[in-house]
Design a protein around this ligand. Sequence first.
Ligand SMILES: C[S@@+](CC[C@H](N)C(=O)[O-])C[C@H]1O[C@@H](n2cnc3c(N)ncnc32)[C@H](O)[C@@H]1O
Length: 206
Amino acid sequence: MEVEDRARTLPSGGGRFRLPPGLRARLVGLIMADDEAMNELAAELMDPRPHDAVLEIGFGPGRLIERLARAGDAELVAGVDPSPAMLGQATRRNRRWIARGRVRLVQSGVSRLPFPDCSFTKACAVNSFPFWPNPPDDLREVRRVLRLGGRLVLCLRTRDQRRRLLPGSGVTEAEVEEVRCLLTTAGFREVRTERRSVGAALIARR
Ligand SMILES: C[S@@+](CC[C@H](N)C(=O)[O-])C[C@H]1O[C@@H](n2cnc3c(N)ncnc32)[C@H](O)[C@@H]1O
């Protein structure tokens, strides 16, 4: 997603309160830099290895998919996102990897993943978990497509990161704890939380 496109999606993009375009672009640039830091964290925690098949849920503009494909470690990098606009952007960004069969992107939400049981060794979601419609069932669905021993990484922007820029954006510490409990209830084990300046990551094993 380009800086100006992102700017248009901000609450100020079409409302009464409009920032000058240059300032808006700078603000969105800051947010995107944060997103990149989250993607970096996700890539680090996913630690893709040869023979890994990894899945990203809610890939957005496809930057993490690109990062994982470019690193060249995993055998397959797959992703789902229900938004046709995001699918279009991510497909354009990753076309060379798609052409080589290294990346596969599908328009789908998390609730009914279009993959057989045990398809992936690792799965992740960066800032998409808050959009999932039914977290307890959706986590079970993610668990279904993971192999036994497979890893799930959920990266969540925490609220205090942006309090002054975007009030209400990000999850609270209590919500991070809630997600941790949901993971355990869904059957994941060895659930742990990593906290970084950019947000929190929950890591769990199937
Ligand atoms: C805040 S964006 C994050 C995008 C990307 N992961 C990133 O960090 O740049 C949230 C993404 O979740 C996707 N999303 C919304 N509902 C979803 C669902 N039910 N299942 C999976 N992804 C969903 C949106 O389309 C969007 O691309």
